[in-house]
Structures are given as C-alpha cells and as structure tokens.
Design a protein around this ligand. Structure first.
Ligand code: ATP
Ligand code: MG
Length: 390
C-alpha cells in the first residue's frame, strides 16, 4: 500500500522543558533543507509528531533515505491517511494487512487518540479495531505482549494507520548544540569522529592540512568527497584547506626526527584552534583513539592537547578500529576513506617516532622554530575555503 506521508517521532529525552520549541524548530528547518532536492513537502509539527506530507509526485524511497540521516529523529513511520471514522480506519488497516504474510502470525492494535473529540478513547479504539481486523482475518491471533505485527492507529487531524517504525538517526538536531571544528584527514577515523559529535546537535566546520606538492590534488578531492558524504548527516559545512608544506619542511629541517610527528600534530592543533576562533567554533574534534599509532599514546595525546585551550573532543578515544570501521561503513565514508592517496602525516613520518615524548622536550624542540607562529598565521591566511553541501 502506498505511503501517504511520514510521521516522525523524536526521542522523549531531548523534549523536556524549555528547549522543546527550539529543538522542534531546528529539526523542522533541517528536514526542510534536506528534502528540498527531492521535491515539495508540507512539513510541520503537532503534538510531538512531525508530519512530512509530499505535495504532488515525489519519490518516497528517496525521501525515506534522506529522513533516515536527519539527526533528532528517533523513528520514522510511513503512514496511510484516512477519514476519522471507524469504518474507514478498518478498511485502511485491512488493506495494509492484505499486503503482509499473515499465516501463523500474531498481531496487536495500538491506538493513540490525540484528537479528544473522537468518540472512542485509545484503549477502546484499539479493542474495536482488533475485533474488526479479526473478523476479516480469523486466522490471525492476538498477542498483546510480543506481536509479530503491530498495527498502529493515530487519531489526529486525520486518522493515520501504520505498521512499520523505522529507526531514525537519533541524536539531536544539528544547530541545537553549538559548533565545533573537526580536523578532517582523508582517513577512516576523523569522518566518524565528526559524525559522532554532529549527532549531538553540533554544527561542524572542517580543517584539512594539505602538503602540496607532496600530497596530490586527488588527496584533497578525497577529503572534499568525505566532507560531502558527511553533510548528508551533518548538514552543510565549510572545509578550510590549509597549506601545510612550509611548516612541515621547517620542522623536518630544524627539529629532531623522532619528534616530527608530534610537533606536526601540535602545529595542526594550534592552527585548528585559530580557525575555530575565527569561525566561532567552541571545541576541536579529532579521530584519535588511545594507542592506535605512536602519535596517539597517552604521552602524545597530552602533548598535542597542551598547546590549545579549547576543549578537544575525541569521540573514538576508547574504540577499537573494528568498531570505527563498522560506523564508517554504516555512514558511507569507508569506501572513500580507503582510497589510497597519501596523507600529509604519512609522507614525512620518521621510522622510529618517539612514543613517549615529554612536553618539556617538545617545548625545547619548538624553540628551534623561533618563527613558527608567523608561519601558522601565514598558513591560515593562505587557506582555501570550500563550501560543501547544497
Ligand atoms: P584518520 O583515520 O582520521 O586519518 P589516523 O588513524 O590516520 O586518523 P593520525 O594520522 O594520527 O591518525 O591523525 C589523528 C587525527 O589527527 C585524525 O583523526 C585527524 O583528526 C587529525 N589529522 C591527521 N591528519 C590530518 C590532516 N591532514 N588534516 C586534518 N586533520 C588531520
Ligand atoms: Mg590519517
């Protein structure tokens, strides 16, 4: 049976108190923005449900696909609309069920009466519909605890019948929890890290360090492509591409080789914080995970953390690579992340990086770069800003 509209349910938790109108408005705006490219919709909220009603012909599969990527939606119910009479509701429910394999199945009707002028209350309506459905399909059995098929009826502006509750992306609407700057490499981890923080309602701004000509334009395009995939969940974002070669060459020239990677990472953090300050970001995000590589030991993490004063969010910190890969496949970044283009961190890595650098020795090493702050400023001034999304 064809879907007339989608009813969207948000998690209860975020909806308590004064935040509700803000939350709801952002969610509506985000949904409208995402659906723009699919067609014309009437999108509005009433009684803790969002209605997504297509206006004219639209591809409902595409609509569902897009809705599944909007943070703040707990469940998506593809529903059929009918008049608010018992006979019409019965007819609609029976038609919906006619498309299901019913042999040996159990069912239950759940009803919700939002329109209190409807003559039956919720339990009465559920019982009435249960009886009527049984009279059409006598071989169905009722199971109120663990039914195979759950027929849901909601009495609102019209009556709505649905049998599927599809899991949404969860989280909170983008834009309800500030903004953070993600250090976005071309790897597997950082897109996942960005996704996880964005899921909490945080808008993203991305920074990518590029080492032209040591890293190719294709490496840069790969990162832009990753950002583009991320925007389907995270909303539009800007990618600041920072020319990093001069800084790297200076470090290689002047500093002890075994400290190269960590000093490079400290420079990245400093620049990322400068970009965040410039763009009203309130925190930095990285894809680091304890012990994954030499630059992610506890000592190295402390050393990179200590050069910035903004909070640094590392949502993958306690995760295994396997768990990270699983999410990257789910969100669709994996295939792009594994494309074999060199990253600025990998081209200059020393053979035996120091795994336990002390902050004191790093400060000493950086004294060998008396002009580094100027270089960071020059890099920021020469950034290329790319708008990603629609
Ligand atoms: P990823 O898979 O995200 O590249 P990684 O396992 O390769 O991570 P590192 O190379 O140590 O780990 O990088 C750690 C983090 O530093 C990355 O997750 C990312 O947030 C940031 N980072 C590394 N290289 C870059 C870069 N070229 N541009 C922007 N951020 C970077
Ligand atoms: Mg990497």
């Amino acid at each position: 049976m064809k879907t007339d509209l989608f009813l969207l349910k948000y998690g209860e938790l975020a909806l308590k108190g004064l935040n509700k109108p803000v939350f709801e408005k952002k969610l509506l705006d985000n949904i409208k923005a995402r659906l723009k490219k699919i067609g014309s919709f009437n999108v509005f909220a009433a009684q803790s449900t969002i209605y997504v009603e297509p206006q004219g012909e639209v591809d409902m599969e595409d609509t569902l696909k897009s809705l599944k990527k909007v943070f703040g939606i707990a469940n998506i119910c593809p529903a059929v609309r009918c008049a608010k009479t018992l006979d019409e509701i019965e007819k609609t429910a029976v038609e919906c069920l006619s498309e299901e394999e019913l042999e040996g199945k159990t069912f239950k009707v759940e009803a919700k009466r939002e329109d209190k002028s409807f003559p039956l209350n919720s339990p009465q309506l559920a019982a009435e519909m249960g009886g009527r459905i049984l009279s059409h399909y006598p071989r169905l059995k009722v199971d109120v605890h663990n039914p195979d098929i759950l027929v849901q009826v909601e009495i609102r502006k019209d009556a709505y019948v649905y049998m599927k509750k599809i899991k949404g992306a969860g989280g909170m609407p983008i834009g309800t929890n500030g903004k953070a700057t993600i250090l976005l490499s071309g790897g597997i981890d950082s897109p996942v890290a960005g996704y996880m923080i964005a899921k909490r309602g945080v808008r993203l701004e991305a920074v990518h360090f590029h080492s032209h000509p040591y890293t190719s334009d294709r490496a840069k395009e790969k990162v832009i492509e990753l950002a583009k995939i991320m925007t389907e969940y995270c909303g539009n974002m800007r990618v600041h591409v920072i020319p990093f070669t001069d800084i790297q060459l200076e470090i290689i020239d002047k500093c002890p080789k075994i400290l190269l990677t960590v000093i490079m990472r400290r420079m990245m953090m400093r620049i990322a914080e400068m970009i965040a300050e410039k763009t009203r970001g309130q925190a930095l995000i990285t894809g680091e995970s304890i012990g994954q590589v030499a630059s992610q030991t506890m000592e190295s993490l402390n050393a990179t953390n200590s050069v910035v004063s903004m909070p640094v969010f590392r949502p993958l910190i306690g995760m295994d690579k396997e768990e990270i890969v699983k999410i990257s496949k789910e969100i669709g970044t994996y295939e792009t992340s594994i494309l074999p283009f060199e990253d600025c961190c990998t081209i200059f890595v020393p053979k035996h990086p120091k795994t336990k650098p002390t902050i004191e020795e790093l400060i000493e090493a950086e004294k060998l770069l008396p002009e580094f702050e100027k270089m960071l400023e020059a890099a920021v001034n020469n950034e290329e800003v790319i708008q990603v999304g629609n």
